[in-house]
Design a binder for this molecule. Structure first.
Ligand code: ZN
Length: 212
């Protein structure tokens, strides 16, 4: 098994890099694995046709997760619509039994509140906050994914080191970096061999996606 990348926007046609789609939902290929979601920063841009095609795409076998979905305070103007679509997509995730990939910016308490309805595994992607916020998420049994910010952000590195690996993922998201770089950084931070990062994250991946 190659390195797990739980959230990327590059189509890699790989079975270990989960490619997140938030537009052009009809373009999903059969190769590769995907997450599909109505993005909280873009809720105001989706018309009925786009939503229909997103909901149709969510049912495809190549789509393993629902996301990125969630709440983003920067898009305050459309908060109510964000909440409505977030709740709706949690319901869909439950119906399809597909995990949720969460986009959460300055809205962790609200996200956790609505996620009480979730009956599937939950991954908070692109985590950049401190340990107290991380603890709130981990206490719910959810996972936290770290992206390129982990490479330089000392406070985030400290947070990463305090979190159990069995609730962690790594991701490239939009950063022009190889996922390998994140695994190497993680291993360096933990002062351990890279295998000791790779294996627990593979186990997390198998658990979240119910792989044998
Ligand atoms: Zn993303």
């Amino acid at each position: 098994m190659s390195l797990i990348d739980i959230h990327t926007h590059q189509k890699k046609s790989s079975s270990t890099a989960l490619c997140a789609i938030y537009s052009a939902f009809d373009t999903i290929a059969t190769a590769g694995i995907y997450s599909v979601g109505l993005h909280p920063m873009m809720v105001q841009n989706y018309d009925a046709i786009a939503m229909e095609s997103a909901f149709r795409a969510m049912k495809k076998d190549a789509v393993w997760a629902i996301g990125e979905v969630g709440l983003d305070k920067r898009n305050k103007e459309h908060w109510d619509l964000q909440v409505t679509l977030f709740q709706q997509q949690i319901t869909i995730a439950n119906m399809l039994q597909k995990p949720l990939i969460i986009h959460c910016v300055q809205a962790v308490d609200a996200c956790l509140l609505y996620l009480q309805a979730a009956q599937v595994p939950v991954v908070f992607h692109g985590f950049r906050k401190g340990l107290p916020v991380a603890q709130k998420i981990l206490q719910q049994g959810y996972y936290i994914s770290f992206g390129s910010a982990l490479l330089q952000d000392a406070a985030l590195q400290h947070c990463f080191k305090s979190i159990p690996l069995h609730q962690v993922f790594l991701e490239t998201d939009e950063a022009p970096i190889a996922i390998d770089t994140l695994y190497e950084t993680a291993a360096n931070l933990l002062q351990t061999e890279i295998e000791n990062v790779i294996l627990p994250i593979q186990e997390n991946f198998k658990r979240v996606f119910k792989l044998a």
